[in-house]
Design a protein around this ligand. Structure first.
Ligand code: ADQ
Length: 468
C-alpha cells in the first residue's frame, strides 16, 4: 500500500489512541487514513520564527508522523492573514466587497507555498500519494512538480468555488488556476462548485472538459470531481450518548425551564450569516408575540481569524444585534439570545445539539457545513429536532429533507422557525430518518476512501499506478 502524505495549512497533532480530546472529524479521519497508510502530515506549526529556517519539527504518535515548520511574521501577515483570509476566503464565499487585492499578499502566498514545497520535498518517496488541502495551498502541486515530483498529487478544496464572473476579478487568476492543473485529482465539496470550476476552465482557459468531467491537459488526464465531506458518524453518535453529553443536555434543558431551544454553532465568520440569523430571530419574536417568551436561541460562536478587520467588525456587529434584540424582548427572568464566544469539547457540543428542538444552520455561503450533519447525528431518533438549513450551504444538496431557507430573507427564516416549532412528531421523524441515512452513509470515512481511491487512479484511465 502506498504511503500517504497529507499537506494542509495547519496540522492537527493526533492524540494517543483512545485519548479523549476535542479533535474534529476531519482530523480523526485524516489521522486514521494516515495510520492505515503509514503516512505523514505536513504543515505550519502555528508558531512564529524570526527568520525562516526550514527546520522540520517531527513527531511520531502511533503510526502517524507529523512534520511542521515555523513561519516568519511577514509570512503570516501576507500568506495567512493576507492572501488566504483577506483575498481568497472572501472571494470564494462570493464576498467581492470584502476581497482585498494587494500584490504583497500574492507574493507572500507564493513565497510560503514555495517554502512548503521545499520543506516537504525531502519527505516524499517515489510511491507516496500526496494529498493537499484547501485554498491556502492551491499552487503547491505545481511547485512540487517544478522540483521534479512525479508522484500522484491531489487537491481537496473545503470551500466553495466561485463563479467565473467573480473569479476573474482576481489579478493573476489565470496563473492561480493554471497552477492547479498540475494536480492529478481536484476535489470539490459539491457538483455546484465543481461546475463553476469546469466552466472557468472551459471559458477562460479554452480547455475542453470530457463527458466524465476529466480534463486532458499537457498529456495528462486530470480528474475533477465532487467528494462531499461527512462527519465521523460512529464517533459522533457514540459521543452523543456519553455521560458528558448527557450532562450537557440536562444542564441546558434545566436552564431553559421548559422553553424550546434553537442552537447555532459556527466559527465567528461573516460567511456563516450570523447577523441575518439574529435579525430573523428578532423578526420571529416580533411576529409571533405569543411564542416570544417560549423560545431561546443558543448561539455558540468561537472567535476566529481575529487579526483580520472584517472579523473584528462581524464580532462588533453581533454584539450590537444581540444587545438590541435582548433589550427589546428580554424580561427579568428570560433572555432570548444566549450568545457564547467559546469552543466546547465535542461530547458536550453533542449534548447541546440533542437538547435543541431546532438546529439553525444559515450560512450565506458554505463549502459543506459539518454542523448541519452533526446536529442530525446527535438527535434522539424517537424525538428528533428539526434542521433549518441554508440553501447556500453545500450540505443542502444532500440534506434535502431539512427545511431549506434563503438566509438573506429574514421573513423566510422567521417562518421556517415557526414551521419547525409546529411540525408534528411524525413528520419530524420521517424527515430525520432520511437525513440520518445520508449523514451515516456518506460519512468522513467514505469521503476519505473515495478521494484516496481517485488519487490512486482507480476508476480512471491514464497513468494509474498498479495496485500491489
Ligand atoms: P468551517 O467553516 O470551520 O469548515 P464547519 O463545516 O461547520 O465549518 O465545521 C466547523 C467544525 O468546528 C464543526 O465540526 C463544529 O462542530 C466545530 N465547532 C464550531 N464551533 C465550535 C465550538 N464552539 N466548539 C466546538 N466545536 C466547534 C470548513 C468549510 C466548511 C466545510 C469544512 C470541512 O468552511 O464548509 O464543511 O471546512 O470541509
Amino acid at each position: 500500500m502506498s504511503r500517504l502524505i497529507v499537506i494542509s495549512n495547519r496540522v492537527s497533532v493526533p492524540k494517543a489512541a483512545g485519548a479523549a480530546g476535542a479533535q474534529g472529524g476531519l482530523a480523526v479521519a485524516l489521522n486514521s487514513a494516515l495510520r492505515e497508510h503509514r503516512g505523514i502530515w505536513f504543515g505550519w506549526s502555528g508558531q512564529e520564527t524570526e527568520e525562516f529556517n526550514g527546520h522540520l519539527n517531527m513527531q511520531r504518535i502511533d503510526d502517524v508522523t507529523t512534520a511542521t515548520i515555523d513561519l516568519e511574521p511577514q509570512d503570516i501577515d501576507e500568506y495567512y492573514n493576507g492572501y488566504a483570509n483577506r483575498t481568497l476566503w472572501p472571494l470564494f464565499h462570493y464576498r467581492i466587497d470584502l476581497t482585498e487585492y494587494d500584490r504583497n499578499f500574492g507574493e507572500g502566498y507564493e513565497r510560503v507555498n514555495a517554502r512548503f514545497a521545499d520543506s516537504v520535498l525531502p519527505l516524499i518517496e517515489p510511491d507516496d500519494l500526496v494529498w493537499v488541502h484547501d485554498y491556502h495551498l492551491l499552487p503547491l502541486g505545481s511547485m512540487l512538480r517544478q522540483k521534479g515530483v512525479k508522484n500522484r498529487i491531489g487537491l481537496f478544496l473545503h470551500t466553495p468555488w466561485p463563479p467565473a464572473r467573480l473569479l476573474v476579478s482576481l489579478p493573476f487568476h489565470e496563473r492561480l488556476v493554471g497552477s492547479m492543473l498540475e494536480y492529478d485529482v481536484i476535489g470539490f465539496q459539491t457538483e455546484e462548485w465543481l461546475g463553476s470550476f469546469l466552466h472557468y476552465v472551459e471559458k477562460e482557459m479554452g480547455l475542453s472538459v470530457n463527458k466524465d468531467g476529466t480534463i486532458d491537459y499537457d498529456g495528462r488526464r486530470i480528474v475533477a470531481r465532487a467528494f462531499p465531506i461527512g462527519i465521523d458518524y460512529e464517533e459522533f453518535v457514540e459521543g452523543a450518548e456519553s455521560a458528558e453529553a448527557l450532562e450537557a443536555y440536562e444542564h441546558l434543558k434545566a436552564s431553559v425551564r421548559g422553553r424550546k431551544v434553537m442552537i447555532g454553532v459556527d466559527r465567528l465568520d461573516y460567511s456563516k450569516g450570523l447577523g441575518e440569523r439574529f435579525e430573523s430571530f428578532g423578526r420571529f419574536l416580533g411576529d409571533y408575540t405569543d411564542l416570544a417568551s417560549k423560545v431561546v436561541l443558543l448561539q455558540i460562536a468561537p472567535p476566529s481569524r481575529g487579526d483580520v478587520a472584517s472579523y473584528q467588525q462581524i464580532r462588533e456587529d453581533l454584539e450590537r444585534k444581540t444587545g438590541h434584540i435582548n433589550g427589546a424582548h428580554a424580561d427579568v427572568a428570560f433572555v432570548p439570545i444566549r450568545y457564547v464566544n467559546r469552543g466546547y469539547p465535542r461530547r458536550q457540543l453533542a449534548g447541546f445539539y440533542r437538547a435543541a428542538d431546532i438546529g439553525l444552520v444559515t450560512p450565506l455561503r458554505d463549502g459543506m457545513n459539518l454542523v448541519a450533519k452533526e446536529y442530525v447525528a446527535a438527535q434522539n431518533p424517537e424525538y428528533p429536532g428539526v434542521l433549518v438549513l441554508s440553501q447556500f450551504a453545500g450540505a443542502a444538496l444532500q440534506l434535502t429533507d431539512a427545511l431549506l431557507v434563503n438566509p438573506h430573507s429574514i421573513e423566510d427564516v422567521s417562518e421556517a422557525i415557526k414551521r419547525a416549532l409546529d411540525m408534528p412528531l411524525a413528520e419530524r421523524r420521517s424527515r430525520h430518518e432520511k437525513l440520518l441515512a445520508s449523514v451515516r452513509d456518506e460519512d468522513v470515512v467514505f469521503w476519505r476512501d473515495e478521494f484516496v481511491k481517485a488519487l490512486f487512479g482507480e476508476g480512471t484511465s491514464g497513468t494509474s499506478p498498479q495496485k500491489e
